[in-house]
Design a protein around this ligand. Structure first.
Ligand code: BES
Ligand code: ZN
Ligand code: ZN
Length: 489
């Protein structure tokens, strides 16, 4: 898919050369480009501001077919995110022109404190992530895709650049895998099909996968999980993915909410509320993709994915509001609302994970509450943890990859809202307010004394609009974030 190039840039076969430029910079470390730009009088039309593009077709006799200048804004204020966006924008431009191959000139970013492996990786991330459209179900107009791209530097690329690019490309592939699962309609990813699709995707990796079915879940007394699945004809599954490298010091458990469709159950959602509820398995999609990516880049930690997969439907067999179930740890839960199903399946999944794997760290990723979207909007995930070091590591990763998270409070007294008159706990908080917090506090009852964090990704898991490197559909949110985190801790 990608290659490294060096030498005389004019002789390289490609459909499009992309040159990044900062505001007011007329020079280039590639002298041929500098001369060409002067001849074409590029800077009378192009200032290099962020988001700006200028395309030339057959710029000169000795040159290839096309050259695109892409603006990065002020050199001193350059960030990796600006590089991703400029690379993504260039790829979308190339896709619209139906081109096959692009050559990126790796920009010099030392003045902004970005080293060359990081700069090259950022360009690759923007390019690969932009090169995806969910067109699996279109029979007539398939979107064009870039087939291959090159990374050009004056001298041949150093090994640290090559390694950074390899990692970035694996993690972006993982992100796109998650996007595809999330964008897929619910009729093609009911728990059984989704589980098989995960098994297939992880097939060639050093990952042990076991899929527990309804009988196994009953044996394990996972009634909180089972009561969510009971309204659907599709049986529940619990997918266990175990990536275990030869040597490791830490065990990390990742739990992903996998509701393949959330109708709300007997507390049926409104027509508007039902829209988009195919994405309610985005946590599970992210976790499966993270484990596959982690295996491919040989992360030196044991990483376990625990994915409860269910469909939340109303029927004569469905759980009713007011029902009481006993979770696998023996706690009784009053079902206040069947639409607060995510925390029920996660409760049993987390109890199982803690007991079986005794992790050093556990993180759950879930499209848990609309309330979190009200608080933080569509682009920022809620981060809940009582552990400051874990919060810091996750926030550092979030800044690094620009998958934004905001730490939310978990005040003890709010847990009173979850009190039930008839059971140990209720699955909804009293009153309208603080729904994202009570959701997290409910989960904390099942995390025990484990070092644990909860990511509410209800907002950023899905997008209806295009941005520079993400088209409408699943966003794959969490994959780049957690892959970075796993390397960091
Ligand atoms: N899957 C939803 C949360 C959600 C809403 C995700 C919108 C993405 C977009 C979750 O299961 C849910 O329905 N939560 C309820 C909880 C309430 C009943 C306590 C909610 O947020 O309204
Ligand atoms: Zn729900
Ligand atoms: Zn849900």
């Amino acid at each position: 898919m990608y290659r490294f190039e060096s030498g005389d840039i004019r002789k390289i076969e490609t459909d499009l050369i992309v040159v990044f430029m900062c505001s007011g910079m007329t020079g280039s470390p590639v002298k041929e480009i500098e001369k060409l730009a002067a001849k074409l009088d590029v800077f009378s039309e192009f200032s290099g501001k962020e988001g700006e593009l200028l395309l030339y077709y057959r710029p000169e006799r000795k040159w290839g077919k096309r050259i695109l200048f892409a603006g990065l804004g002020d050199a001193g204020a350059l960030t990796k995110e600006k590089l991703r966006k400029a690379a993504g924008k260039s790829v979308r431009k190339a896709i619209s022109l139906k081109l096959q191959d692009i050559l990126f000139v790796i920009p010099q970013t030392g003045t902004a404190g970005i080293n060359s492996p990081a700069a090259a990786a950022a360009v690759v991330e923007g390019a690969l992530l932009a090169n995806h459209d969910f067109d699996l179900y279109k029979t007539a107009e398939k979107s064009n895709r870039i087939k291959s791209f090159g990374l050009y530097s004056k001298k041949s690329a150093d090994s640290d650049v090559i390694e950074a690019v390899r990692k970035a490309s694996v993690v972006c592939e993982g992100t796109i895998l998650a996007r595809r699962w999330v964008s897929m309609p619910s009729n093609d990813k009911r728990p059984d099909r989704f589980a098989r699709s995960i098994v297939k995707a992880a097939d060639n990796e050093n990952i042990t996968i076991v899929v527990l079915d309804e009988r196994d879940l009953k044996k394990n007394k996972m009634n909180a999980l089972l009561c969510v699945a009971s309204g659907s004809d599709a049986g529940p599954k619990l997918v266990l993915m175990d990536y275990r490298p030869g040597r490791y010091e830490k065990t990390v458990v990742l739990v992903g909410k996998g509701v393949t469709f959330d109708s709300g159950g007997i507390n049926l959602k409104s027509s508007e509320g039902l829209n988009g509820m195919k994405m309610d398995m985005a946590g599970a999609a992210a976790v499966a993709s993270i484990i596959i990516s982690a295996a491919r880049i040989n992360i030196r930690k044991r990483i376990i994915g625990v994915l409860p997969l269910v469909e939340n439907m109303p029927s004569g067999k469905a759980t009713r509001p007011g029902d009481i179930v006993f979770a696998s740890n023996g706690k009784s839960i009053e079902i206040g609302n069947t639409d607060a199903e995510g925390r029920l399946i996660l409760a049993d999944a987390m109890c199982y994970a803690r007991k079986r794997y005794k992790p050093d760290v556990m993180i759950d990723i879930a499209t848990l509450t609309g309330a979190c979207m009200v608080a933080l909007g569509e682009k920022i995930a809620g981060l809940f943890t009582k552990d400051d070091a874990l919060a810091k590591a996750l926030l550092d990763s979030a800044a690094e990859v620009n998958e934004r998270c905001w730490r939310m409070p978990m005040p003890d007294d709010y847990a009173e809202k979850l009190k039930s008159d008839v059971a140990d706990i209720k699955n909804i908080g009293k009153g309208r307010w603080g729904g994202a917090i009570t959701g997290a506090l409910f989960l904390s009852e099942f995390a025990g004394d484990c070092t644990w964090a909860h990511l509410d990704i209800a907002g950023p898991a899905y997008t209806d609009s295009s941005s520079d490197y993400c088209t409408p559909g699943g966003t794959g949110f969490g994959v780049r974030l957690i892959c970075d985190f796993l390397e960091r801790i």
